[in-house]
Ligand binder design. Structure first.
Ligand code: G
Ligand code: G
Ligand code: MN
Length: 286
């Protein structure tokens, strides 16, 4: 354990073994075991939905599906804790398939409930891109429900975009041909090169909430990064969505900068489907 720890850091480091390390490894293994059961039996897994808003009109244009896992004791386990574990173990392939099947199915439920024109944004991990069945399963989920592919948007992180360029471009091109939209999540936090970015067939950049948080604060850097991303999107012909909007001031600043779309606690936290539908209907009436 100590050796692995030392190897995962900078080269030429050493680590003493401590019992804490064994305990941490043990609890990760326990969590992985529980997660494997959860995925196999589709148990304790839920999707929550957070609305995406068109800033000028206030119209709800979509929702991002965010996974929630309820552990044995009934409390939620944070995705930051288990997504990395699922990626590392390969479980993300099955988990991810469950996510998009469920999310696509949900769109059909929303359609029958009269929530018209809502798009679904689904997070996809780099590991799923390496799964040869990824596209097949996605197609099957769409065929089964009859949901139009242009209502699906996949959010990939810059790390996906940093995978072998030809592979990524091939998959994205295929997704595009199917009519599926692509957004780059957490944009600005990774390090994709601009030369590479413009070769990717993508539709949207999602400004990371770190830059939205700094909007309008004394530190001007956040605003200037948000502004730069919006400008970049405009010159590359890409749409922009900002995430993590918590205040009306941030929404107004972003709108003034020309950002078309927004998502954040100001509108709604991620909520379960029933709550989302009720929220949508209440908003239509106001
Ligand atoms: O609400 P929030 O705590 O859900 O999300 C934490 C992180 O987990 C985010 O970075 C989000 O992108 C990621 N995440 C949430 N749901 C999914 C999912 O279905 N698949 C993947 N790969 N990541 C997800
Ligand atoms: O990495 P990704 O962008 O997919 O992460 C989405 C995460 O952001 C989720 O954990 C979600 O709960 C969180 N989130 C959504 N809106 C807000 C917000 O307005 N403020 C903060 N602090 N977090 C948010
Ligand atoms: Mn996301």
């Amino acid at each position: 354990i100590a050796l692995n720890r030392a190897k995962s850091g900078d080269r030429g480091r050493w680590h003493y073994y401590t019992t804490d390390m064994a305990a941490a490894t043990r609890s990760r293994l326990d969590l992985l075991h529980e997660l494997r059961l959860a995925v196999e039996h589709r148990r304790g897994l839920e999707l929550h939905y957070q609305p995406q808003i068109e800033l000028v009109s206030g119209r709800v244009v979509g929702a991002e599906a965010l996974i929630r896992w309820r552990g044995g004791d009934g409390s939620f386990i944070r995705p930051d804790l288990f997504i990395s574990l699922a990626e590392y173990s390969g479980l993300i392939v099955d988990l991810g398939a469950w996510v998009f099947e469920t999310a696509v199915e949900e769109l059909r439920v929303w359609d029958s409930a009269g929530l018209t024109g809502v798009r679904m944004a689904i997070n996809v991990s780099l590991v799923q891109f390496r799964d040869p069945l990824f596209l097949t399963r996605l197609r099957a989920a769409l065929d089964k429900t009859g949901i139009a592919p242009n209502r699906i948007e996949l959010e990939i992180t810059e790390s996906v975009a940093m995978l072998d360029a030809e592979t990524v471009i091939a998959i994205l091109t295929e997704l595009k041909a199917m009519g599926i939209q692509i957004a780059i999540d957490d944009f600005g936090t990774g390090f994709s090169s601009l030369a590479y970015l413009h070769r990717l067939p993508i539709d949207r950049l999602k400004i990371d909430r770190a830059f939205v948080r700094d909007l309008g604060s004394a530190r001007a850097s956040g605003a200037s990064i948000a502004q730069t991303v919006i400008g970049l999107g405009q010159s590359l012909g890409l749409s922009i969505i900002a995430e993590g909007i918590e205040t009306e001031d941030q929404a107004q600043l972003l709108a003034a900068l020309g950002c078309p779309l927004a998502q954040g606690f100001l509108y709604s936290r991620p909520v379960d489907s029933a709550t989302f539908m009720a929220w949508w209907k209440a908003r239509q009436q106001s």
